[in-house]
Design a protein around this ligand. Structure first.
Ligand SMILES: C[S@@+](CC[C@H](N)C(=O)[O-])C[C@H]1O[C@@H](n2cnc3c(N)ncnc32)[C@H](O)[C@@H]1O
Length: 364
């Protein structure tokens, strides 16, 4: 049975709509057939989307500089959702060059298929460092070091909400005449750290990501000391709930084409929602973190000196190629402004270099 039919059967058996978060969980993470569990290409030009580390090695090298600032000989790195493994390879390569390798580079990846791909990438590029790389099934206890999640929060199943005459209700997924359809139902779930927009029109649709909030909570319990770098497309609450963003932030990616229809190409397309960084920051503060910086990806990379890699490249052809890649990472029309970096620290007092040119924490 294909994944679409399995989801329809789930709804029919329950005899009521399922939340969009449950639909997203099934579409992305069902064993074998879910988008992130299947063997499809996903990343890069042959896949459905290109992430920053897939765009350029300079992304990971520059991120490594931020890691190096807070690492000492005792620290580990923990990367969530490591995709094809290229970011891990870039960070380890650069930290090796800087003489600041972590004790261990942990990877927590939900997908066995991606774990396999990550192992292949790292074994090919950095065989001499494989003894430092450890794949985990659960959060480590008493973590000291740097946590990295690039484009992970946006892949966590989110709830959709729609404004009715009275209040927000959940916008779930039902099955009618054998078709998956949107269906408002129940009451909107929000926790203490979440706020919903006021005064918006009936029909205004948005997302809340309770799973991402729970993930921040879980992280706050296991980090004894260190830095968390969350990189994703998203914005602060005011912008997230702008009256003109009435259709929400749901986006699907299939072969580099974006759409807002999650009911097609089920199991073959990525489904994402933008990150509400204000919610994440509030939840983090509640869990004992300090907000150490919030900036656009462009300004974060520029603050850390991404341009120095270009200046230091003596081969002109390579320099031209790298310059094109850097443009992708920093130009506002590309990834530069839609992507943000939120830094959280615990029991660490350091002025992070990545926010020396810009800190938009006041916008959260
Ligand atoms: C869009 S991909 C990003 C991959 C990679 N970080 C990159 O930048 O190329 C999203 C990744 O997040 C992972 N993911 C989603 N939720 C997760 C969670 N709770 N814990 C760990 N990984 C998760 C998915 O399995 C997938 O590998």
């Amino acid at each position: 049975m294909n994944l679409e039919q399995t989801i329809k059967n789930t709804i029919i058996q329950k005899a009521k709509p399922i939340g969009f978060d449950e639909f997203m969980e099934l579409a992305l993470y069902s064993p074998v057939l879910g988008y992130y569990r299947s063997g499809s290409q996903k990343f890069g030009e042959q896949g459905d989307f290109i992430t920053a580390p897939e765009t350029s090695d300079l992304f990971g090298y520059t991120l490594a500089r931020q890691c190096a600032q807070v690492m000492n000989g005792e620290n580990d790195i923990l990367e969530f959702g490591a995709g094809s493994g290229v970011l891990a390879a870039q960070i380890l390569f650069e930290l090796g060059r800087l003489g600041q390798l972590p004790n261990k580079y942990y990877i927590l990846e939900l997908s066995a298929e991606l774990q396999h791909r990550q192992k292949q990438t790292l074994t090919k590029v950095l065989p001499e460092l494989m003894d430092r790389v450890v794949w985990l099934d659960a959060l480590p206890q008493h973590f000291l070091g740097v946590v990295i999640a690039n484009e992970v929060l946006d892949a966590m199943p989110a709830k959709r909400l729609i404004k009715t005459q009275d209040d927000f209700v959940e916008l779930g997924v039902d099955c009618k005449d054998d078709q998956l359809v949107w269906q408002p139902f129940g009451q909107a779930y929000v926790n203490d750290q979440m706020l919903l927009p006021n005064g918006v029109d009936i029909g205004y649709t948005t997302e809340v990501n309770a799973r991402a909030m729970a993930w921040v909570d879980a992280l706050s319990e296991v980090i004894d000391q260190g830095l968390v770098l969350l990189i994703d497309y998203g914005m602060g609450r005011d912008e997230y709930f702008h009256p003109q963003r009435g259709e929400g932030t749901l986006r699907c990616y299939y072969q580099h084409k974006a759409s807002d229809d999650p009911f097609v190409h089920i199991g073959e397309q990525d489904i994402t929602t933008s990150v509400n960084f204000s919610d994440i920051a509030d939840q983090a503060i509640n869990g004992g973190f300090t907000i150490a910086g919030y900036a656009t990806q462009a300004m974060f990379l520029i603050s850390l000196g991404i341009d120095e890699y270009l200046l230091n490249e003596s081969d002109e052809n390579k320099r031209i190629t790298l310059a094109q890649q850097v443009k992708q990472l920093v130009l506002p029309a590309a990834m530069g402004e839609s992507f943000k970096v939120l830094a959280l620290t615990k029991n660490t007092q350091v002025k992070l270099k990545g926010f020396s040119e810009q800190d938009l924490t006041y916008k959260l």
